[in-house]
Design a binder for this molecule. Structure first.
Ligand code: AMP
Ligand code: SF4
Length: 475
């Protein structure tokens, strides 16, 4: 029964704009900049105040939209999403934004995150007669909005619906007369507010502002609902702020180096993580430092600067292959690593190499790279990881899966080192990571979610919570 109630993975990037006649073009460029957050589907919904127009499809932003198609998306406001999904969450019906049409007005919704009480809410809504078209958590919000009391204003219905959700969610909602933006009470997924000319924009990452020449105004606050309409921007709360818990993995891996999250630049944070790691290791005898492209380069530069060991281009990544995780099966993932990375023999041959990676999830990448570097002639490979060991699953929309798949769960660092065949293996300490990101180094109230490193979750986790990657349709 529960399986039938399951949704799908919601890991992705969102964008929204209100107040520009080129709203859908801006959204297209914004989604381009957010492409690293999901490559399996993209969609844009726009409005000119009279109905909602929608274009969406599977694949990359470029594949889904052409100039011709964008011309069909007129209007002064738009929202968009790029999505990542596991095999089970594929299919055009799950590509967002989802559009709901009714006689009382249409609604389009896109989300980044994962609602941990979605199964419970779905069951409740179905008992009341709701019929779901998709397996997405996003649809739950739409039904909650539509089902709440008709005597409430639209704003109050949205607030009431949002207050029933638990978990991590960054929403963009478009109606014919407003753009609404909401951030969960812990502020787990990043969401920033900006301005381009007179238009308000919102995006998962600030790199989407740079590409359209928008200025970042501020982060959307935890528990905040922003409403943009003809009268301008109006901020209110749908929930009191809980302990702030921004996802640490955004700093470690997800976000683009040129983005800022809560005012902290990602490249600089990663570089400081690398420096901190070098300080924690102390003396290390090696000839070159190399980073696993692209997400580890910043940390590798920091490690090199602090340790005094020269940074070198020891690994090259093919530009034309997506991220390893995008291929969902383990065998395909392994093949992906092979297709993606090549060693630079002249750099590593006969050298003691420090290989910096941002994280170890299943261990596939590190194991393969150690082997690759040794085959290319490296005499020693010291693996240094710019984050602590990942030991617990993520319930908030990131594909960090079950404990059994995480190589560090239930193993000592020495056991993991043996499995990946490294000469030495060192992880960054959680305190060191917080300090390097720029948070207080107390683990409590640090403003960061650390659940996948510590197993301590910032929200309730329901007995029937379904991991995002396990969510399947009709299984
Ligand atoms: P693995 O090979 O399973 O150990 O994965 C580690 C690699 O995946 C690292 O090089 C990271 O850059 C990257 N990575 C870390 N977390 C994630 C994630 N949640 N989704 C996709 N890739 C990730
Ligand atoms: Fe991010 Fe980890 Fe928290 Fe998930 S559990 S939101 S990946 S820090």
């Amino acid at each position: 029964m529960l399986a039938e109630l399951r949704g799908i993975n919601e890991e992705c990037g969102v964008f929204g704009i209100w107040g520009s006649e080129e709203a859908s073009q801006y959204t297209y460029y914004g989604l381009h900049a957010l492409q690293h957050r999901g490559q399996e589907g993209a969609g844009i919904v726009s409005t000119n105040g009279n109905g909602l127009q929608v274009i969406k499809g599977e694949g990359l932003v470029n594949d889904v939209f052409s100039n011709l198609k964008l011309d069909d998306l007129g209007g002064h406001a738009a929202i968009g999403q790029v999505r990542y999904s596991t095999e089970s969450g594929r299919g055009i019906e799950n590509v967002q934004p989802l559009v709901f049409r009714s006689t009382t007005g249409s609604l389009a919704v896109a989300m980044n995150g994962n609602i941990v009480n979605a199964a419970e809410l779905r069951e409740h809504l179905e008992r009341q007669g709701s019929i779901f078209q998709t397996a997405s958590d996003t649809e739950v919000l739409a039904h909650l909005i539509k089902r709440s009391s008709g005597s409430l204003t639209q704003r109050d219905r949205v607030k009431k619906a949002l207050s029933m959700l638990k978990g991590a969610f960054a929403f963009v909602i478009l109606t014919e007369d407003s753009l609404m933006i909401a951030q969960d009470p812990n502020g787990i997924r990043p969401l920033s507010l900006g301005k381009v000319g007179d238009a308000w924009v919102v995006a998962s990452e600030t790199c989407a502002f740079d590409i359209i020449g928008a200025e970042c105004v501020r982060s959307v606050e935890p528990g905040e609902l922003l409403i943009v309409n003809r009268d301008g921007l109006h901020a209110e709360r749908f929930a009191p702020t809980a302990d702030s818990a921004m996802c640490s993995m955004e700093y470690v891996y997800f976000a683009r180096p040129d983005s800022d999250i809560e005012g902290i630049n990602i490249h600089m944070a990663r570089k400081r993580c690398g420096k901190q790691l070098a300080r924690e290791i102390g003396d290390i005898e090696a000839d070159v430092v190399t980073g696993v492209p692209d997400s580890s380069i910043s940390a590798a530069i920091g490690f090199s600067e602090e340790s005094g060991i020269p940074y070198e281009l020891g690994l090259i990544k093919s530009r034309y292959v997506g991220r390893t995780f995008i291929q969902p099966s383990q065998s395909l993932r392994e093949q992906g690593v092979k297709m993606k990375l090549s060693p630079v023999h002249q750099v590593v041959n006969g050298k003691r190499v420090v290989m910096v990676d941002d994280s170890i999830v299943r261990g596939t990448t590190s194991k393969r790279i150690v082997k690759m570097l040794k085959e290319a002639g490296a005499t020693e490979v010291h693996v240094v990881i710019a984050s602590p060991p990942l030991v617990s699953p993520c319930f908030y929309g990131v594909d960090i899966s079950t404990d059994s798949e995480l190589i560090a769960t239930g193993r000592t660092v020495e056991e993991v080192r043996e499995l990946i065949n490294a000469d030495t293996l060192t992880f960054l300490s959680p305190e060191g990571m917080l300090d390097a990101i720029g948070r207080p180094d107390t683990m409590k109230n640090c403003g960061q979610c650390l659940a996948c490193f510590t197993g301590e979750y910032p929200t309730e986790i329901y007995a029937d919570t379904v991991l995002p990657h396990e969510k399947e349709i009709g299984k």
